[in-house]
Design a protein around this ligand. Structure first.
Ligand SMILES: [Zn+2]
Length: 341
């Protein structure tokens, strides 16, 4: 407190004291009232890895709590998500057989196509999104057709991506999500869908996808690790930000209905930049497998409070500018959010 003699510095501190942001943090109700960023179950998209067969539930060892599921187990799982307020899933398929051309990716009775039909039957309100890429379906594990040197061919791959998207749309998918960072993929898919009368199917483009080491656990889950080489000839260099805006802009021009940035946590500046450059388009961010695995591992060791950290991470991604978050924490987070309210 001030004494009789107030020196000039104390006087300054006193006048600064009229600005006290802590006033609005004093009670939980005040904090709720002035919170800038919301997080709700319907902001979350839950990914699934669908495998052939019956009664299959294969734990993914590097992603505790995540399993590959066969189609017959999928609908119960998804009904549970719906009861928690989650409105969307993103499907990845693990085919019964892989080959250099990834032909099962667009088979009418492929594992994802079956899963879409089952889900549209069991939970018609659910938004079914599908990953559109070749890497889970090719025996070499690359995202497209290869030339003799193992380089991912661009324009030849576009035709296959169009076929995959059409097969998903015909099965009933609401949204297709090309993830291969193949130049022209959004335009090719849009044209292929429209040519088959599938104008209703939306394209959520993985517009900005980095060649990230955080995808490691996903490759166990999706069994899509490249047999040789890496994905740096098509995915973006983690050091680049301006290029992200170029990628997003190309996809907007080609008719993307929504954009995605992947991964999320190391790239929140990119989420913000894309949000600001394209305010009119919904933006998704993918809270990827490695980000999930880090939290799960630390929590399992008792080093972090999982619930608090997950909600903080997801709120941070929303605050950076994402409307939607694809996350393996979706079910847990939705349950925690329901307890909150
Ligand atoms: Zn791929």
């Amino acid at each position: 407190m001030t004494g009789l003699h107030v020196d000039p510095l104390d006087a300054l501190r006193l006048s600064a004291g009229s600005q006290r942001p802590r006033r609005l943090r004093r009670t939980a109700a005040l904090r709720d009232l002035v919170r800038e960023t919301t997080l709700a179950p319907d902001d979350l998209v839950s990914p699934f890895f669908v495998v052939p067969g019956h009664g299959m539930r294969n734990q993914v060892s590097s992603m505790p709590g995540v399993s590959q599921l066969s189609v017959d187990l999928l609908s119960d799982e998804v009904r549970e998500l719906e009861s928690l307020g989650i409105k969307a899933v993103l499907l990845f398929g693990i085919p019964s057989a892989k080959d250099p051309l990834g032909v099962e990716s667009y088979a009418e009775d492929g594992v994802v196509q079956q899963a879409i039909r089952v889900l549209k039957d069991a939970t018609p309100e659910l938004v079914v999104m599908t990953d559109v890429c070749m890497c889970e379906y090719t025996d070499h594990g690359h995202c497209g057709l290869l030339d003799a040197d193992g380089y991912v061919l661009n324009d030849e791959t576009l035709e296959v991506l169009g076929r995959i998207a059409v097969s998903h749309g015909e099965a009933g998918a609401d949204v297709v999500s090309p993830s291969g960072m193949i130049d022209g993929m959004v335009g090719a898919i849009r044209a292929a869908l429209d040519a088959e009368g599938l104008e209703r199917v939306a394209v959520l483009s993985y517009a900005v996808k980095y060649a990230s080491a955080f995808y490691g656990p996903f490759r166990d889950a999706a069994e899509g690790a490249p047999a040789f080489g890496d994905r740096r000839s098509h995915q973006m260099d983690p050091a680049n930000a301006r290029e992200a805006l170029r990628e997003a802009s190309l996809d907007v021009d080609q008719g993307a209905d929504a954009l995605m940035v992947k991964p999320a946590l190391g790239y929140l500046d990119i989420v913000r930049a894309v949000r600001e450059r394209f305010p009119e388009l919904p933006l998704a961010a993918y809270n990827v497998s490695g980000e999930y695995a880090m939290v799960k591992a630390a929590a399992a060791n008792g080093w972090l409070d999982e619930r608090a950290v997950v909600l903080e991470v997801l709120t941070g991604i929303r605050r950076a500018g994402a409307d939607l978050i694809v996350t393996y924490h979706a079910k847990d987070a939705a349950a925690w959010l329901q307890e909150h309210s």
